[in-house]
Design a protein around this ligand. Structure first.
Ligand SMILES: [Zn+2]
Length: 305
C-alpha cells in the first residue's frame, strides 16, 4: 500500500498521542526512509530523531539507546520539537537524553570492591551535578512522556548525591565506621532534599548504627560500628552482672534488651566454635541412629528366617 510521507508523519503523531510509542516509532522510521528517497533530508532527520527518541520507551536498562537518541537529536540543532503537550528545542532534549543515559550507566556500575564502590560514588556525584547544572528545576521531559513521572532535574540530582554518599559509606565502613556514619548522615540530608522521606529515615538510622560504640563483653575491646565491628547477642544478664558496669564509659550490653555486645573477633570465634560443636553433635546423633537402625535391620532379617 502506498503511503505518502506526510500521511505517515500524521499517523505517527496520532499514535504518539494515543501512547502507542512502538507503532509510532515504526511510522517515523518509515517516513524517514521515504523522505530520504524524496530528497527531503531536513524532514528525514526530524522523523529519524523522533523515531530515536521514541525508542526510549523500550530502552529498559540499555544506555546505548539513550546515546543514539541523544546523537540523533543533536543533529537537529535548534529545531523545535513537540513532546507531548510541550514544545522543546532539540538540543536541550538531546542534553537531557544524554544525561539520562549517563545516569543509567552510573547506576549499573559494579560495586563489589572498595575501588568499584569509590568509582561508582564519584560517577553518581558527577551525573548528579550534570542534572543540577543542565536540567535544573525543570521537569525531566523524557520521564514525563514515557513513565508519567514529574520529577525535576534538581530532585534527581539530590537522589544521585544521596546514593553517592551511601556508596562512600559502604566503601569506608570496614576501615572507618565513624566516617561511614558521616556519609550516611549526609545521604539522609540529600534524601530529604530529594523528597524521599523513608530513604532519609533509613540513612539516618544507618548512620546512628555505624557511629555507635561499645565495649566487647568478652575481651573488653572498645569498638565502633554496630553490625560491622560488633554485634548484639542474647544473654541471661542478672542484676549483679549489669551492676558491675556502672562506671564504664562504653556499655558492654544494651540496657533495653539486656543483650550483650560482642566484637567481630569474639563473635566469629564463637560462631566457628558453635558450628563445629553443632557438627560434632549431629555426627554423634547420626552414628547412634545408624547403629540402632542396624540392630533393627538384623532383627527383621531374623524374623523372616
Ligand atoms: Zn571481643
Amino acid at each position: 500500500m502506498f503511503r505518502s510521507s506526510s500521511k505517515l508523519l500524521e499517523q505517527a503523531n496520532d499514535l504518539v498521542k494515543q501512547g502507542n510509542f512502538a507503532k509510532a516509532e515504526e511510522r517515523y522510521s518509515d517516513a524517514a526512509a521515504k523522505l530520504t528517497r524524496e530528497g527531503d533530508s531536513t524532514n528525514a532527520q526530524l522523523a529519524m530523531a523522533y523515531a530515536a527518541f521514541l525508542a526510549l520507551a523500550r530502552a529498559g536498562g540499555d544506555p546505548a539507546i539513550y546515546g543514539r537518541a541523544a546523537q540523533s537529536l543533536q543533529t537537529l540543532g535548534g529545531a523545535t520539537l513537540k513532546i507531548g503537550l510541550r514544545d522543546v528545542s532539540a538540543s536541550s532534549l538531546s542534553n537531557e537524553v544524554a544525561i539520562l543515559g549517563e545516569d543509567l550507566a552510573a547506576v549499573m556500575m559494579p560495586s563489589q570492591s572498595v575501588i568499584e564502590q569509590t568509582n561508582r560514588a564519584q560517577r553518581l556525584r558527577e551525573v548528579g551535578l550534570r542534572y543540577q547544572s543542565v536540567i535544573r528545576t525543570n521537569v525531566i521531559l523524557t520521564k514525563e512522556m514515557f513513565q508519567k513521572e514529574t520529577g525535576t532535574g534538581a530532585s534527581r540530582a539530590f537522589t544521585l548525591f544521596a546514593l553517592s554518599e551511601e556508596m562512600m559509606g559502604e566503601s569506608t565502613v570496614f576501615t572507618d565506621p565513624k566516617k561511614a556514619g558521616e556519609h550516611y548522615q549526609q545521604a539522609s540530608l540529600f534524601w530529604e532534599q530529594a523528597g524521599v522521606k523513608q530513604a532519609s529515615a533509613d540513612a539516618r538510622s544507618r548512620a546512628q548504627q555505624y557511629q555507635k560504640s561499645a565495649k566487647c563483653w568478652f575481651c573488653g575491646r572498645e569498638v565502633t560500628g554496630q553490625g560491622v565491628s560488633f554485634f548484639q547477642l542474647p544473654s541471661e544478664l542478672t542484676l549483679s552482672l549489669t551492676k558491675t558496669e556502672s562506671a564504664a564509659v562504653l556499655p558492654s550490653f544494651d540496657n533495653g534488651t539486656n543483650q550483650i555486645f560482642s566484637c567481630r573477633g569474639c563473635n566469629s570465634t564463637m560462631n566457628t566454635l558453635s558450628d563445629s560443636w553443632a557438627q560434632k553433635r549431629a555426627q554423634e546423633v547420626y552414628t547412634k541412629l545408624e547403629a540402632e537402625i542396624e540392630v533393627l535391620r538384623k532383627q527383621i532379617q531374623n524374623m523372616r528366617r
